[in-house]
Ligand binder design. Structure first.
Ligand SMILES: [Zn+2]
Ligand SMILES: [Zn+2]
Length: 452
């Protein structure tokens, strides 16, 4: 399977040049990198290359014409990208009434692809954004063209709508694209405990049918206060097997036949093959309760071009042991824009301390003795887990339905405090080595770093 993936902010920026307020059609040039998969390839768009106005000869309602010099410059640059393994991407818009690639596009792109082949660049990607209609992508390889899947953020751009399922009728408000996306997205859930279990069930009941579940744990008696539907008979069973059963039952109820892969392994200890399975998901949900595993999830998602979201709860106690905060939280990441590290929602220091657990030894022992590693399991309740799970699934639904993207959501059910951050990158300064954002750092005023 071939797939072109564009993350949300990049698509927004591309659309600004594709649809100028003047109503003329537009053109944008980007650079993509190839992620090899076990079956097929995923092409990640990650660099937009702005065109100089000097290179544009004229714009009119059906397109943009580059000057001879401008287009030569672009083509030579496109060929050169091959040396670094990058692929040129042409994005253009169409006026209303032309929802597909035109005969002119076919001829022009084929000629260009053959020229690029002769100059050492085997690939060319073309993305079309019709003014009214569904964006689409195709891949040219040495003069031959191939239709490819196109995903923008969580939106799988497809004209094919899945068969109508009466059980899903009441989620019509999220639009027809929602069912299409749900039917096509592969969701990796890392950690299928108190938050992961209800998230899996809710997604399955929304029509999501492809899952990867990863969790090394078995059900313990102390889990039964918060794992819906479980009984003492489930104690000792692998959590991934239990949740697989829940997904299958949910799928049977709504008329889907879910495809689920289970891995009873800690993501930090997972093999390269298992980590690749995570990378190949469209959406990675980090629902574990430690920093290390979330950091690994985040890195895998960013490397593989998957969307990333994490959710968690935090029951905080005062010095006297009384509850001070009942926090539920959802945050995410986008390549080059923001991640939980920028937001102070993941602490690399804690993660590296947690990594010691796997080798044991002095550092782990000392950290435990000094109180950095809590001896007593933190409080966990079903009510708060359900809130976090609902917040996460609602955010996924909002993103797919085009209602917007919230970068960070925090709710404190004890104090009534709440935080909804969008465009959080505009408030950040400094660099981030994880998401690759330039010009941001942890800013104390954005969020309370102690949560999570
Ligand atoms: Zn065209
Ligand atoms: Zn970051």
């Amino acid at each position: 399977m071939r797939e072109v993936v564009i993350h949300n902010q990049l698509w927004e920026r591309v659309c600004e040049s594709l649809f100028p307020p003047s109503g003329e059609e537009g053109f944008a040039f980007c650079v993509a990198r190839l992620c090899k998969r076990r079956k097929g390839s995923r092409f990640l768009l990650d660099i937009p290359v702005p065109l100089s106005e000097k290179d544009i000869e004229y714009r009119w309602t059906a397109g943009v014409a580059l000057t001879r010099k401008g287009s030569d410059k672009l083509n030579i640059f496109s060929a050169k990208l091959a040396e670094k393994g990058y692929i040129p991407v042409h994005v253009h818009s169409h006026p209303e009434g032309i929802p597909d690639f035109s005969a002119v596009d076919n001829h022009y792109e084929k000629t260009l692809s053959l020229w690029l082949k002769d100059h050492g660049q085997p690939f060319l990607i073309s993305v079309l954004a019709p003014r009214k209609g569904i964006p689409m992508a195709r891949l040219w390889h040495k003069g031959r063209r191939f239709r490819t899947k196109l995903r923008v953020g969580l939106k799988v751009m497809s004209k094919k709508t899945p068969p109508f399922l009466p059980a899903l009728d009441r989620q019509r408000a999220f639009g027809p694209l929602f069912s299409t996306c749900a039917a096509n997205l592969r969701v990796g859930i890392i950690g299928v405990g108190g938050v992961g279990l209800p998230v899996a069930e809710q997604l399955a009941r929304c029509g999501v049918r492809s899952f990867l579940l990863m969790d090394p744990d078995t059900v313990e008696k102390t889990n039964l206060n918060r794992l819906q539907g479980l009984t003492p008979k489930d104690v000792g069973r692998k959590k991934v097997d239990v949740v697989n059963g829940i997904i299958q039952r949910a799928g049977m109820s709504v008329g889907t036949r879910p495809f689920v892969t289970t891995i009873d392994e800690d993501i930090y200890n997972a093999s390269d093959r298992q980590k690749n399975l995570v990378k190949e998901c469209d959406l990675v949900l980090a629902l574990t309760d430690d920093h290390l595993s979330r950091l690994v999830c985040l890195e895998l998602a960013l490397a593989g071009g998957a969307e990333y979201l994490q959710a968690g709860v935090d029951v905080r106690l005062g010095n006297d042991g009384a509850i001070t905060n009942l926090m539920a939280e959802v945050s995410g990441a986008e390549s080059g824009r923001y991640c939980p590290l920028c937001l102070g929602r993941l602490d690399p220091g804690t993660a590296s301390l947690e990594a010691r657990k796997y080798v044991g030894g002095e550092v782990w022992g000392k950290a435990k003795k000094d109180g950095y590693i809590p001896e007593v399991a933190s409080p966990a309740v079903m009510s708060l887990n359900a809130v976090a799970a609902g917040m996460l699934v609602a955010e996924i639904q909002r993103r797919i339905s085009g209602l917007g993207i919230t970068d960070l959501i925090q709710i404190d059910l004890n104090t009534g405090g709440s935080l909804f951050e969008t465009d959080v990158d505009r408030k950040l300064i400094g660099d981030c080595i994880i998401c690759g954002r330039k010009g941001h750092a942890q800013v104390e005023t954005v969020v309370d770093k102690k949560a999570g």
